[in-house]
Design a protein around this ligand. Structure first.
Ligand code: ADP
Length: 451
């Protein structure tokens, strides 16, 4: 990186210097062209065809004879004199002339240096002017010298400056890279954060983003650990019960056959509980990788179709209060799962004589509200914030009413997949109300996925 940056700066400096040299050179040459044009114009105007004209012109002219050489050649029949030479002009003509390539009318004559030639004629008289461009050349040489100094200074300073600049960027990055190694090797990576340098801003943001990501990953890891621990804990209880009853039958079954039936009943009950936990765990994993397509549908029709078979699975009376033809952007499978879980819970935590009411109504903001109301146990205020967590069960029901504490967590996963919102509240007449809000139209491609 350093080498390429130095190269770039050198190329820029050289290009800039060349442009400056060419620019100045061009301007100086133009000045010479203009002054030679002025001199030859005045010669033509005076029509130098006699000694008197020549002397007159020379007297009035302001031409710098140290740098300008004039040669007049009169080819007219009546010519008083054929040739006029300004001082040293005849000398100059003796010298060999070398053409400077690429520039018109520029020559080199030993002893006289570089000369610009202008040749004009009028009325049979030919005027040749040789203009020494020494003064202009010395200006150009000064420009070249300044450019060379500039280049030399750039060559010395650029690497120092660029090295400092890159160090400012790479040093924090190197520190960051070393720190990531430490994070990688650390046993308790959850406690480690990368040091955030105050500058440059790009690296500060990178470190902050990395720390944010690290925190999220650690949080997810902690959640997974907790989930596995809870799952193990929940499975341990039925396993222990099954084991103790199996041992009981083994030791005393022969002598006391009456305990066999009781123990088998326990074993069956606990096996079912285990099976339910395993099924719910598998459901959680399945929904995590599920991708659902959302379509605009008549939710009233969908809900009443879902309710029909559900009604037969519960002892309670189901009362449907559905506004007709309500439309929403949703998914039928998700809706089925959500309603199934909510109705099963409402039934499980209510007396068989208490009816369950399902309502469907339009909200002012265009969303559709689906409520499941029961008149059962109700949920203590402190538990409401936790009932959607994995394995969470109210103390009131744990041990007395069977359940895994996973049903509402799965329900919530489905709600998220359809971009809905699920909330819980007390039923004023006793019991619980679960409200699901379905967005009327979703501003997405219709694909919903959960990870
Ligand atoms: P489960 O019902 O298997 O215990 P859920 O995740 O479905 O698990 O519910 C979590 C907890 O929320 C339940 O254990 C219960 O304490 C409470 N709960 C859920 N629905 C109701 C309801 N309709 N009435 C009273 N309590 C409920």
């Amino acid at each position: 990186m350093l080498r390429s940056q130095i190269k770039m700066i050198i190329v820029i400096t050289i290009s800039f210097s060349l442009m400056m040299i060419f620019g100045v050179g061009h301007k100086l040459l133009n000045d010479v062209k203009l002054s030679t044009w002025q001199i030859t114009a005045s010669l033509k105007k005076n029509e130098i065809d006699s000694d008197h004209d020549w002397d007159d012109w020379r007297k009035n002219s302001t031409v710098d004879i140290n740098h300008s050489y004039i040669y007049v050649h009169n080819l007219r029949q009546d010519a008083e004199a054929r040739y006029y030479f300004s001082p040293r002009a005849d000398d100059l003509l003796q010298k060999k002339m070398i053409k400077v390539p690429f520039i018109n009318n520029l020559y080199y004559r030993p002893g006289f240096g570089f000369l610009y030639r202008r040749f004009v004629s009028s009325n049979g008289i030919y005027y040749t002017l040789w203009q020494n461009i020494g003064p202009q050349l010395s200006i150009l040489i000064r420009v070249i010298e300044v450019s060379a100094i500039l280049l030399a200074v750039t060559l010395v300073l650029a690497p120092i400056y660029i090295r400092r600049l890159t160090a400012r960027l790479t040093d924090p990055l190197t520190d960051l890279s070393t720190s990531t190694q430490v994070v990688h090797q650390a046993e308790q990576s959850g406690l480690i954060q990368l040091p955030v340098p105050s500058q440059p801003t790009e690296v500060t943001e990178l470190a902050q983003d990395f720390n944010h990501l690290l925190a999220l990953l650690n949080q997810r890891q902690d959640q997974q650990k907790l989930f596995v621990m809870n799952a193990a804990h929940e499975l341990r209880t039925p396993i222990a019960t099954i084991k103790s009853h199996a041992q009981l039958i083994d030791r005393h079954g022969a002598d006391h056959p009456e305990i066999i039936e009781k123990s088998v009943t326990y074993i069956t009950k606990e096996s079912r509980a285990m099976q339910q936990i395993i099924e719910d765990l598998l459901a959680i994993l399945r929904v995590e990788t599920l991708s659902l397509t959302l379509t605009r549908m008549n939710v009233t029709t969908a809900v009443s179709a879902i309710m029909q078979p559900l009604e037969k699975t519960i002892p309670q009376k189901l009362i449907l209060q559905l506004e007709p033809d309500l439309m929403a952007q949703t998914n039928l499978e998700a809706l089925e799962q959500i309603l199934h879980n909510l109705i099963q819970n409402a039934s499980k935590y209510s007396k068989p004589s208490d009816p369950i009411v399902v309502t469907l109504s339009n909200k002012e903001n265009g969303s559709v509200a689906l409520t499941v109301m029961d008149q059962g146990l109700g949920i203590p205020e402190a538990d409401k914030a936790h009932i959607f967590e994995h394995f969470y069960r109210s103390d009131d029901v744990r041990g007395s009413i069977p359940g895994t504490g996973l049903g509402l967590a799965i329900t919530k996963q489905f709600v998220d997949l359809i971009h809905g919102h699920l909330s819980v509240a007390d039923n004023p007449t006793g019991g619980t109300i679960f409200t699901l809000l379905l967005p009327s139209a979703i501003d997405t491609t219709g694909q919903s996925s959960h990870s």
